[in-house]
Design a protein around this ligand. Structure first.
Ligand code: SAH
Ligand code: SF4
Ligand code: F3S
Length: 481
Protein backbone atom coordinates (compact mmCIF):
# COMPACT_ATOMS: atom_id res chain seq x y z
CA UNK A 1 0.00 0.00 0.00
CA UNK A 2 1.20 3.47 -0.87
CA UNK A 3 1.74 4.84 2.60
CA UNK A 4 3.89 1.82 3.36
CA UNK A 5 6.04 2.35 0.27
CA UNK A 6 9.05 4.53 0.84
CA UNK A 7 9.99 6.40 -2.31
CA UNK A 8 13.49 6.92 -0.86
CA UNK A 9 14.15 3.21 -1.17
CA UNK A 10 13.47 3.16 -4.90
CA UNK A 11 16.59 3.14 -7.08
CA UNK A 12 15.65 5.68 -9.73
CA UNK A 13 18.80 5.00 -11.74
CA UNK A 14 17.86 1.39 -12.36
CA UNK A 15 15.50 0.22 -15.12
CA UNK A 16 11.79 0.82 -14.42
CA UNK A 17 10.00 -2.23 -12.99
CA UNK A 18 7.52 -3.98 -15.31
CA UNK A 19 4.97 -4.84 -12.60
CA UNK A 20 2.26 -2.43 -11.44
CA UNK A 21 1.87 -0.53 -9.20
CA UNK A 22 5.65 -0.72 -8.51
CA UNK A 23 6.36 0.80 -11.91
CA UNK A 24 4.27 3.87 -11.07
CA UNK A 25 6.00 4.33 -7.70
CA UNK A 26 9.30 4.28 -9.56
CA UNK A 27 8.08 7.13 -11.80
CA UNK A 28 6.66 9.03 -8.83
CA UNK A 29 10.15 8.87 -7.30
CA UNK A 30 11.68 10.09 -10.57
CA UNK A 31 9.22 13.00 -10.82
CA UNK A 32 9.89 13.84 -7.18
CA UNK A 33 13.57 14.35 -7.99
CA UNK A 34 12.64 16.81 -10.73
CA UNK A 35 10.26 18.60 -8.40
CA UNK A 36 12.97 18.91 -5.77
CA UNK A 37 15.01 20.61 -8.50
CA UNK A 38 12.13 23.07 -9.06
CA UNK A 39 12.02 23.79 -5.35
CA UNK A 40 15.76 24.44 -5.15
CA UNK A 41 15.58 26.80 -8.11
CA UNK A 42 12.43 28.71 -7.15
CA UNK A 43 12.43 28.49 -3.36
CA UNK A 44 8.94 26.95 -3.32
CA UNK A 45 7.21 23.74 -4.28
CA UNK A 46 5.22 23.83 -7.54
CA UNK A 47 1.45 24.09 -7.26
CA UNK A 48 -0.99 21.70 -8.93
CA UNK A 49 -4.73 22.06 -9.51
CA UNK A 50 -6.97 19.09 -10.29
CA UNK A 51 -10.32 20.15 -11.78
CA UNK A 52 -13.06 17.57 -11.71
CA UNK A 53 -15.77 18.02 -14.33
CA UNK A 54 -17.68 14.77 -14.22
CA UNK A 55 -19.71 12.38 -12.11
CA UNK A 56 -18.78 10.75 -8.82
CA UNK A 57 -16.67 8.20 -10.62
CA UNK A 58 -14.63 10.98 -12.15
CA UNK A 59 -14.44 12.67 -8.77
CA UNK A 60 -12.91 9.51 -7.34
CA UNK A 61 -10.42 9.39 -10.22
CA UNK A 62 -9.52 13.01 -9.48
CA UNK A 63 -8.67 12.03 -5.91
CA UNK A 64 -6.28 9.44 -7.32
CA UNK A 65 -4.63 12.06 -9.56
CA UNK A 66 -4.33 14.41 -6.58
CA UNK A 67 -2.82 11.62 -4.46
CA UNK A 68 -0.13 10.95 -7.05
CA UNK A 69 0.68 14.65 -7.46
CA UNK A 70 1.02 15.04 -3.73
CA UNK A 71 3.40 12.10 -3.44
CA UNK A 72 5.51 13.68 -6.19
CA UNK A 73 5.83 16.86 -4.12
CA UNK A 74 3.23 19.22 -5.57
CA UNK A 75 1.23 21.55 -3.34
CA UNK A 76 -2.43 21.02 -4.21
CA UNK A 77 -4.37 24.25 -4.78
CA UNK A 78 -7.87 25.21 -5.96
CA UNK A 79 -6.84 27.95 -8.37
CA UNK A 80 -6.10 27.27 -12.01
CA UNK A 81 -3.34 29.89 -11.86
CA UNK A 82 -0.95 27.08 -10.92
CA UNK A 83 2.21 25.43 -12.24
CA UNK A 84 0.28 22.34 -13.29
CA UNK A 85 -3.43 22.10 -14.14
CA UNK A 86 -5.30 18.94 -15.06
CA UNK A 87 -8.94 18.82 -16.23
CA UNK A 88 -10.65 15.50 -15.60
CA UNK A 89 -13.37 15.77 -18.24
CA UNK A 90 -16.89 14.44 -18.82
CA UNK A 91 -18.66 14.00 -22.14
CA UNK A 92 -22.07 12.64 -21.19
CA UNK A 93 -23.79 15.68 -22.72
CA UNK A 94 -22.59 18.21 -25.31
CA UNK A 95 -22.48 21.08 -22.80
CA UNK A 96 -19.86 19.19 -20.78
CA UNK A 97 -17.56 19.37 -23.82
CA UNK A 98 -18.36 23.02 -24.46
CA UNK A 99 -17.32 23.85 -20.92
CA UNK A 100 -13.90 22.26 -21.49
CA UNK A 101 -13.26 24.15 -24.74
CA UNK A 102 -14.24 27.42 -23.08
CA UNK A 103 -12.02 26.99 -20.03
CA UNK A 104 -9.15 25.71 -22.11
CA UNK A 105 -9.21 28.99 -24.04
CA UNK A 106 -8.63 30.95 -20.83
CA UNK A 107 -5.98 28.55 -19.62
CA UNK A 108 -4.08 28.82 -22.93
CA UNK A 109 -4.02 32.62 -22.56
CA UNK A 110 -2.69 32.26 -19.00
CA UNK A 111 -0.01 29.86 -20.16
CA UNK A 112 1.22 32.35 -22.76
CA UNK A 113 2.21 34.63 -19.87
CA UNK A 114 3.54 31.72 -17.77
CA UNK A 115 5.24 29.47 -20.32
CA UNK A 116 6.70 27.06 -17.73
CA UNK A 117 3.21 25.91 -16.76
CA UNK A 118 1.96 22.47 -17.82
CA UNK A 119 -1.60 21.62 -18.84
CA UNK A 120 -3.05 18.11 -18.89
CA UNK A 121 -6.43 16.71 -19.97
CA UNK A 122 -7.85 13.33 -19.10
CA UNK A 123 -11.17 11.58 -18.55
CA UNK A 124 -14.12 10.56 -20.68
CA UNK A 125 -14.01 13.33 -23.29
CA UNK A 126 -10.46 12.34 -24.27
CA UNK A 127 -11.76 8.96 -25.48
CA UNK A 128 -13.44 10.62 -28.46
CA UNK A 129 -11.53 10.68 -31.75
CA UNK A 130 -12.92 14.04 -32.84
CA UNK A 131 -11.79 15.62 -29.58
CA UNK A 132 -8.24 14.32 -30.06
CA UNK A 133 -8.17 15.65 -33.62
CA UNK A 134 -9.29 19.09 -32.48
CA UNK A 135 -6.68 19.16 -29.70
CA UNK A 136 -3.88 18.14 -32.05
CA UNK A 137 -4.90 20.77 -34.55
CA UNK A 138 -5.82 23.81 -32.47
CA UNK A 139 -4.64 23.29 -28.87
CA UNK A 140 -0.94 22.54 -29.20
CA UNK A 141 -0.26 24.27 -25.88
CA UNK A 142 -1.69 21.26 -24.02
CA UNK A 143 1.18 19.13 -22.68
CA UNK A 144 -0.50 15.85 -21.79
CA UNK A 145 -3.63 14.00 -22.91
CA UNK A 146 -4.71 10.60 -21.63
CA UNK A 147 -7.98 8.73 -21.29
CA UNK A 148 -9.99 6.70 -18.80
CA UNK A 149 -8.26 3.33 -19.25
CA UNK A 150 -4.69 4.27 -18.37
CA UNK A 151 -5.22 6.76 -15.56
CA UNK A 152 -3.09 4.49 -13.35
CA UNK A 153 -0.13 5.42 -15.63
CA UNK A 154 -0.35 9.10 -14.66
CA UNK A 155 3.05 9.18 -12.90
CA UNK A 156 4.79 7.61 -15.89
CA UNK A 157 3.09 10.02 -18.29
CA UNK A 158 4.07 13.00 -16.14
CA UNK A 159 7.67 11.88 -16.29
CA UNK A 160 7.44 11.73 -20.08
CA UNK A 161 6.08 15.29 -20.11
CA UNK A 162 9.08 16.46 -18.08
CA UNK A 163 11.72 14.85 -20.30
CA UNK A 164 10.14 15.03 -23.76
CA UNK A 165 9.34 17.98 -26.01
CA UNK A 166 5.81 18.51 -27.36
CA UNK A 167 2.36 17.18 -26.64
CA UNK A 168 2.23 13.70 -25.04
CA UNK A 169 -0.90 11.75 -26.05
CA UNK A 170 -1.72 8.30 -24.69
CA UNK A 171 -5.35 7.22 -25.13
CA UNK A 172 -6.33 3.53 -25.12
CA UNK A 173 -9.46 2.05 -26.70
CA UNK A 174 -10.22 -0.33 -23.82
CA UNK A 175 -8.55 -2.35 -21.07
CA UNK A 176 -9.16 -5.41 -18.94
CA UNK A 177 -6.70 -4.17 -16.33
CA UNK A 178 -7.45 -2.87 -12.83
CA UNK A 179 -4.41 -1.50 -10.96
CA UNK A 180 -4.81 -1.48 -7.17
CA UNK A 181 -2.98 0.41 -4.43
CA UNK A 182 -2.11 3.78 -5.90
CA UNK A 183 -2.06 6.86 -3.66
CA UNK A 184 -5.33 8.73 -3.08
CA UNK A 185 -5.87 12.21 -1.66
CA UNK A 186 -9.41 12.31 -0.28
CA UNK A 187 -11.49 15.46 -0.42
CA UNK A 188 -13.29 14.62 2.85
CA UNK A 189 -11.71 12.93 5.86
CA UNK A 190 -14.91 11.27 7.00
CA UNK A 191 -16.48 10.00 3.77
CA UNK A 192 -15.19 8.43 0.61
CA UNK A 193 -16.25 7.00 -2.72
CA UNK A 194 -15.11 3.44 -3.44
CA UNK A 195 -15.10 2.07 -6.98
CA UNK A 196 -16.55 -1.40 -7.06
CA UNK A 197 -16.65 -1.69 -10.83
CA UNK A 198 -15.60 0.17 -13.95
CA UNK A 199 -17.19 0.55 -17.39
CA UNK A 200 -20.66 -0.33 -18.61
CA UNK A 201 -22.15 -3.04 -20.84
CA UNK A 202 -25.68 -1.69 -21.15
CA UNK A 203 -25.47 0.49 -24.23
CA UNK A 204 -28.55 2.58 -23.55
CA UNK A 205 -29.07 4.01 -27.02
CA UNK A 206 -28.52 7.67 -26.05
CA UNK A 207 -25.47 7.13 -23.85
CA UNK A 208 -21.79 7.58 -24.64
CA UNK A 209 -20.48 6.13 -21.36
CA UNK A 210 -19.97 2.53 -22.61
CA UNK A 211 -17.86 3.89 -25.48
CA UNK A 212 -15.64 6.06 -23.30
CA UNK A 213 -15.44 3.89 -20.19
CA UNK A 214 -15.15 0.50 -21.87
CA UNK A 215 -16.57 -2.86 -20.83
CA UNK A 216 -17.78 -3.67 -17.35
CA UNK A 217 -15.07 -4.89 -14.96
CA UNK A 218 -15.69 -5.63 -11.27
CA UNK A 219 -13.01 -5.30 -8.64
CA UNK A 220 -12.41 -8.39 -6.52
CA UNK A 221 -14.42 -8.32 -3.27
CA UNK A 222 -11.27 -8.82 -1.19
CA UNK A 223 -9.67 -5.69 -2.74
CA UNK A 224 -12.81 -3.64 -2.06
CA UNK A 225 -13.08 -4.89 1.53
CA UNK A 226 -9.40 -4.17 2.17
CA UNK A 227 -9.86 -0.63 0.87
CA UNK A 228 -12.96 -0.03 3.01
CA UNK A 229 -11.19 -1.44 6.11
CA UNK A 230 -8.29 0.94 5.57
CA UNK A 231 -10.66 3.86 5.06
CA UNK A 232 -12.42 2.99 8.32
CA UNK A 233 -9.07 2.89 10.14
CA UNK A 234 -8.37 6.29 8.66
CA UNK A 235 -11.55 7.84 10.11
CA UNK A 236 -14.04 7.33 7.28
CA UNK A 237 -17.59 6.66 8.52
CA UNK A 238 -19.51 6.78 5.22
CA UNK A 239 -18.67 5.01 1.98
CA UNK A 240 -20.34 5.46 -1.39
CA UNK A 241 -19.92 2.37 -3.58
CA UNK A 242 -19.54 3.47 -7.18
CA UNK A 243 -20.35 1.86 -10.50
CA UNK A 244 -22.46 2.60 -13.59
CA UNK A 245 -24.68 -0.34 -12.73
CA UNK A 246 -23.88 -1.62 -9.25
CA UNK A 247 -26.66 -4.20 -9.43
CA UNK A 248 -24.65 -6.21 -11.91
CA UNK A 249 -21.55 -6.15 -9.70
CA UNK A 250 -19.56 -9.36 -9.57
CA UNK A 251 -21.27 -11.21 -12.40
CA UNK A 252 -18.07 -11.46 -14.45
CA UNK A 253 -15.66 -12.33 -11.66
CA UNK A 254 -13.91 -15.74 -11.73
CA UNK A 255 -15.81 -16.50 -8.53
CA UNK A 256 -19.09 -14.60 -9.02
CA UNK A 257 -20.45 -12.58 -6.10
CA UNK A 258 -23.69 -10.59 -5.98
CA UNK A 259 -23.91 -6.92 -5.06
CA UNK A 260 -26.09 -7.84 -2.08
CA UNK A 261 -23.41 -10.28 -0.85
CA UNK A 262 -20.77 -7.57 -1.16
CA UNK A 263 -22.96 -5.18 0.86
CA UNK A 264 -23.34 -7.75 3.62
CA UNK A 265 -19.56 -8.05 3.91
CA UNK A 266 -19.05 -4.28 3.96
CA UNK A 267 -21.73 -3.99 6.62
CA UNK A 268 -19.51 -6.05 8.96
CA UNK A 269 -16.62 -3.60 8.82
CA UNK A 270 -16.19 -1.85 12.13
CA UNK A 271 -16.13 1.95 12.02
CA UNK A 272 -18.22 2.21 8.87
CA UNK A 273 -21.56 3.68 9.91
CA UNK A 274 -23.19 4.47 6.57
CA UNK A 275 -23.17 2.75 3.21
CA UNK A 276 -24.46 4.37 0.02
CA UNK A 277 -24.24 3.24 -3.59
CA UNK A 278 -24.73 4.59 -7.12
CA UNK A 279 -26.09 3.82 -9.66
CA UNK A 280 -28.77 1.13 -9.68
CA UNK A 281 -30.18 0.07 -13.03
CA UNK A 282 -33.83 -0.92 -12.54
CA UNK A 283 -33.49 -3.97 -14.80
CA UNK A 284 -30.96 -5.60 -12.45
CA UNK A 285 -32.34 -4.59 -9.06
CA UNK A 286 -32.84 -7.87 -7.20
CA UNK A 287 -35.26 -8.89 -4.46
CA UNK A 288 -32.17 -9.93 -2.53
CA UNK A 289 -30.96 -6.32 -2.57
CA UNK A 290 -34.33 -4.94 -1.41
CA UNK A 291 -34.31 -7.44 1.45
CA UNK A 292 -30.81 -6.45 2.52
CA UNK A 293 -31.71 -2.76 2.37
CA UNK A 294 -34.74 -3.40 4.55
CA UNK A 295 -32.82 -5.17 7.28
CA UNK A 296 -29.48 -3.36 7.21
CA UNK A 297 -28.56 -0.84 9.89
CA UNK A 298 -25.87 0.80 7.81
CA UNK A 299 -27.24 1.01 4.27
CA UNK A 300 -28.78 4.45 3.91
CA UNK A 301 -32.48 4.74 3.18
CA UNK A 302 -31.88 6.30 -0.20
CA UNK A 303 -32.09 4.70 -3.63
CA UNK A 304 -31.19 6.42 -6.88
CA UNK A 305 -33.20 4.60 -9.52
CA UNK A 306 -32.91 6.27 -12.95
CA UNK A 307 -36.18 6.23 -14.87
CA UNK A 308 -35.03 8.03 -18.07
CA UNK A 309 -38.55 7.91 -19.54
CA UNK A 310 -42.01 6.86 -18.39
CA UNK A 311 -43.08 5.72 -21.85
CA UNK A 312 -42.70 1.99 -22.46
CA UNK A 313 -42.24 2.67 -26.16
CA UNK A 314 -39.39 5.14 -25.57
CA UNK A 315 -37.83 2.89 -22.94
CA UNK A 316 -37.64 0.19 -25.59
CA UNK A 317 -36.01 2.60 -28.02
CA UNK A 318 -33.60 3.57 -25.25
CA UNK A 319 -32.65 -0.09 -24.77
CA UNK A 320 -33.42 0.07 -21.06
CA UNK A 321 -34.95 -3.44 -20.72
CA UNK A 322 -37.90 -2.48 -18.49
CA UNK A 323 -41.26 -0.86 -19.15
CA UNK A 324 -43.42 1.64 -17.28
CA UNK A 325 -45.37 -1.01 -15.38
CA UNK A 326 -42.27 -2.95 -14.34
CA UNK A 327 -40.63 0.25 -13.10
CA UNK A 328 -43.68 1.28 -11.08
CA UNK A 329 -44.10 -2.16 -9.58
CA UNK A 330 -40.42 -2.09 -8.55
CA UNK A 331 -41.01 1.26 -6.86
CA UNK A 332 -44.05 -0.19 -5.07
CA UNK A 333 -42.02 -3.15 -3.87
CA UNK A 334 -39.21 -0.95 -2.54
CA UNK A 335 -41.51 1.52 -0.80
CA UNK A 336 -43.36 -1.37 0.85
CA UNK A 337 -40.18 -3.09 2.04
CA UNK A 338 -38.35 0.08 3.19
CA UNK A 339 -41.11 2.53 4.17
CA UNK A 340 -38.73 5.41 4.92
CA UNK A 341 -36.80 5.21 1.69
CA UNK A 342 -36.05 8.31 -0.37
CA UNK A 343 -36.21 7.66 -4.09
CA UNK A 344 -34.34 9.81 -6.57
CA UNK A 345 -34.02 9.51 -10.31
CA UNK A 346 -32.64 10.72 -13.65
CA UNK A 347 -35.00 11.68 -16.49
CA UNK A 348 -34.27 12.63 -20.09
CA UNK A 349 -36.71 14.76 -22.11
CA UNK A 350 -36.68 15.10 -25.86
CA UNK A 351 -35.34 11.67 -26.81
CA UNK A 352 -35.71 11.32 -30.62
CA UNK A 353 -39.30 10.48 -31.54
CA UNK A 354 -40.73 11.40 -28.10
CA UNK A 355 -44.37 12.44 -28.58
CA UNK A 356 -46.55 14.50 -26.24
CA UNK A 357 -48.21 11.21 -25.18
CA UNK A 358 -44.81 9.69 -24.36
CA UNK A 359 -43.93 12.75 -22.33
CA UNK A 360 -47.23 12.57 -20.42
CA UNK A 361 -46.34 8.98 -19.47
CA UNK A 362 -43.13 10.33 -17.91
CA UNK A 363 -45.16 12.94 -15.99
CA UNK A 364 -47.46 10.15 -14.83
CA UNK A 365 -44.58 8.09 -13.42
CA UNK A 366 -43.21 11.16 -11.64
CA UNK A 367 -46.60 11.63 -9.94
CA UNK A 368 -46.94 7.97 -9.04
CA UNK A 369 -43.37 7.28 -7.90
CA UNK A 370 -43.27 10.39 -5.67
CA UNK A 371 -39.56 11.14 -6.00
CA UNK A 372 -37.75 12.94 -3.21
CA UNK A 373 -35.57 14.48 -5.90
CA UNK A 374 -34.86 14.11 -9.62
CA UNK A 375 -32.16 15.17 -12.06
CA UNK A 376 -33.78 16.21 -15.32
CA UNK A 377 -31.80 16.42 -18.55
CA UNK A 378 -32.48 17.63 -22.05
CA UNK A 379 -31.53 14.90 -24.50
CA UNK A 380 -28.12 15.58 -26.00
CA UNK A 381 -27.03 13.95 -29.23
CA UNK A 382 -23.79 11.99 -28.73
CA UNK A 383 -21.76 11.02 -31.79
CA UNK A 384 -21.55 7.27 -32.33
CA UNK A 385 -24.59 6.34 -30.22
CA UNK A 386 -27.56 4.67 -31.98
CA UNK A 387 -29.97 7.45 -30.93
CA UNK A 388 -27.84 10.09 -32.66
CA UNK A 389 -28.59 8.44 -36.01
CA UNK A 390 -32.37 8.70 -35.53
CA UNK A 391 -34.14 11.10 -37.81
CA UNK A 392 -36.96 12.32 -35.59
CA UNK A 393 -34.91 14.71 -33.38
CA UNK A 394 -37.33 16.94 -31.42
CA UNK A 395 -37.43 20.72 -32.05
CA UNK A 396 -35.77 22.79 -29.36
CA UNK A 397 -38.87 24.79 -28.33
CA UNK A 398 -40.92 21.63 -27.83
CA UNK A 399 -38.20 20.09 -25.67
CA UNK A 400 -37.79 23.26 -23.64
CA UNK A 401 -41.53 23.41 -22.94
CA UNK A 402 -41.59 19.75 -21.81
CA UNK A 403 -38.49 20.29 -19.71
CA UNK A 404 -40.08 23.22 -17.86
CA UNK A 405 -43.27 21.30 -17.20
CA UNK A 406 -41.33 18.30 -15.94
CA UNK A 407 -39.18 20.43 -13.68
CA UNK A 408 -42.25 22.03 -12.10
CA UNK A 409 -43.81 18.63 -11.48
CA UNK A 410 -40.61 17.18 -10.03
CA UNK A 411 -40.12 20.17 -7.73
CA UNK A 412 -43.64 20.22 -6.40
CA UNK A 413 -43.54 16.50 -5.79
CA UNK A 414 -40.17 16.70 -4.01
CA UNK A 415 -41.40 19.57 -1.85
CA UNK A 416 -44.43 17.61 -0.76
CA UNK A 417 -42.30 14.58 0.19
CA UNK A 418 -39.81 16.74 2.07
CA UNK A 419 -42.46 18.71 3.98
CA UNK A 420 -43.82 15.47 5.38
CA UNK A 421 -40.52 15.00 7.22
CA UNK A 422 -40.75 18.28 9.15
CA UNK A 423 -40.67 17.75 12.92
CA UNK A 424 -38.79 14.47 12.75
CA UNK A 425 -35.49 13.79 14.48
CA UNK A 426 -32.89 12.38 12.09
CA UNK A 427 -29.29 11.16 12.25
CA UNK A 428 -27.16 13.66 10.37
CA UNK A 429 -23.55 13.37 9.24
CA UNK A 430 -22.09 16.86 9.54
CA UNK A 431 -20.11 17.74 6.42
CA UNK A 432 -19.15 21.40 6.53
CA UNK A 433 -19.55 24.81 8.11
CA UNK A 434 -22.28 26.59 6.15
CA UNK A 435 -20.77 28.82 3.48
CA UNK A 436 -23.30 31.65 3.80
CA UNK A 437 -23.67 31.67 7.58
CA UNK A 438 -20.77 30.40 9.69
CA UNK A 439 -22.89 30.00 12.80
CA UNK A 440 -24.49 27.04 11.01
CA UNK A 441 -23.18 23.67 9.94
CA UNK A 442 -24.55 21.57 7.08
CA UNK A 443 -25.06 17.84 7.12
CA UNK A 444 -26.74 15.04 5.31
CA UNK A 445 -29.40 12.64 6.54
CA UNK A 446 -29.47 8.99 5.54
CA UNK A 447 -32.14 9.83 2.95
CA UNK A 448 -29.68 12.32 1.39
CA UNK A 449 -31.61 15.48 2.33
CA UNK A 450 -29.46 18.35 3.60
CA UNK A 451 -30.10 20.15 6.87
CA UNK A 452 -28.48 23.33 8.21
CA UNK A 453 -28.41 23.89 11.97
CA UNK A 454 -26.49 25.89 14.60
CA UNK A 455 -23.09 24.35 15.37
CA UNK A 456 -19.36 24.71 14.80
CA UNK A 457 -16.59 22.94 12.97
CA UNK A 458 -15.90 20.52 15.84
CA UNK A 459 -19.01 18.66 14.64
CA UNK A 460 -17.62 17.95 11.15
CA UNK A 461 -17.45 14.21 10.49
CA UNK A 462 -19.75 13.35 13.41
CA UNK A 463 -23.19 11.79 13.22
CA UNK A 464 -25.60 13.74 15.43
CA UNK A 465 -29.35 13.83 16.06
CA UNK A 466 -31.09 16.84 14.55
CA UNK A 467 -34.71 17.93 14.72
CA UNK A 468 -36.05 19.17 11.37
CA UNK A 469 -37.71 22.48 12.12
CA UNK A 470 -38.43 24.06 8.77
CA UNK A 471 -38.59 22.67 5.26
CA UNK A 472 -37.24 24.82 2.45
CA UNK A 473 -38.14 22.47 -0.39
CA UNK A 474 -34.80 20.83 -1.09
CA UNK A 475 -33.31 21.31 2.35
CA UNK A 476 -34.18 21.94 5.99
CA UNK A 477 -33.31 24.15 8.90
CA UNK A 478 -32.97 22.26 12.15
CA UNK A 479 -31.52 22.15 15.65
CA UNK A 480 -29.43 19.66 17.60
CA UNK A 481 -31.67 17.28 19.49
N1 SAH B 1 -25.12 4.63 -15.26
C1 SAH B 1 -26.06 5.55 -14.83
C2 SAH B 1 -26.04 6.89 -15.53
C3 SAH B 1 -24.79 7.57 -15.89
S1 SAH B 1 -24.99 9.03 -16.82
C4 SAH B 1 -27.44 4.95 -15.10
O1 SAH B 1 -27.62 4.15 -15.95
O2 SAH B 1 -28.32 5.37 -14.44
C5 SAH B 1 -26.05 10.00 -15.79
C6 SAH B 1 -27.32 10.42 -16.42
O3 SAH B 1 -27.06 11.24 -17.52
C7 SAH B 1 -28.16 9.29 -16.99
O4 SAH B 1 -28.91 8.64 -16.02
C8 SAH B 1 -29.03 10.01 -17.99
O5 SAH B 1 -30.22 10.46 -17.42
C9 SAH B 1 -28.18 11.19 -18.40
N2 SAH B 1 -27.72 11.06 -19.78
C10 SAH B 1 -26.90 10.11 -20.29
N3 SAH B 1 -26.73 10.31 -21.61
C11 SAH B 1 -27.46 11.41 -21.94
C12 SAH B 1 -27.70 12.14 -23.15
N4 SAH B 1 -27.18 11.74 -24.31
N5 SAH B 1 -28.49 13.23 -23.10
C13 SAH B 1 -29.04 13.64 -21.94
N6 SAH B 1 -28.85 13.01 -20.79
C14 SAH B 1 -28.07 11.91 -20.77
FE1 SF4 C 1 -25.17 4.95 -19.83
FE2 SF4 C 1 -27.07 3.16 -19.63
FE3 SF4 C 1 -24.58 2.50 -18.94
FE4 SF4 C 1 -25.99 4.18 -17.44
S1 SF4 C 1 -26.47 2.03 -17.80
S2 SF4 C 1 -23.87 4.43 -18.10
S3 SF4 C 1 -27.20 5.30 -18.94
S4 SF4 C 1 -25.31 3.00 -20.98
FE1 F3S D 1 -19.32 11.97 -17.51
FE2 F3S D 1 -17.67 10.00 -17.77
FE3 F3S D 1 -19.10 10.19 -15.59
S1 F3S D 1 -18.93 10.84 -19.37
S2 F3S D 1 -20.95 11.16 -16.32
S3 F3S D 1 -17.58 11.62 -16.26
S4 F3S D 1 -18.49 8.33 -16.60
Amino acid sequence: MYNEIDLDNIDINSQPPIEEPGRQYYFMAKCRELIKGFEQKNGRFPQACVVNMGCQMNARDSEKLAGILEVMGYDLVDTEEADFVIYNTCTVRENANNKVWGRLGYLGAYKKKHPHMKIALCGCMMQEDEVLEKLKKSYRFVDLVFGTHNIYKFAELMYTVFVQEGMVIDVWKDTDKIVEDLPVERKYKFKSGVNIMFGCNNFCSYCIVPYVRGRERSRKPQDILREVERLAQDGVVEVMLLGQNVNSYGKNLDEPVTFAELLMEIEKIEGIKRIRFMTSHPKDLSDELIEIMAKSDKICNHLHLPLQSGSSRILKEMNRHYDKEQYLSLVGKIRAAVPDIALTTDIIVGFPGETEEDFLETMDVVKKAGYESAFTFIYSKRTGTPAAAKEEQIPEDVVKDRFDRLLREVQSCAKERAEALTGRVEDVLVEDVNEQDNTLVSGRMGNNFIVHFPGDKSLIGKIVKVRLKECKGFYFYGELY
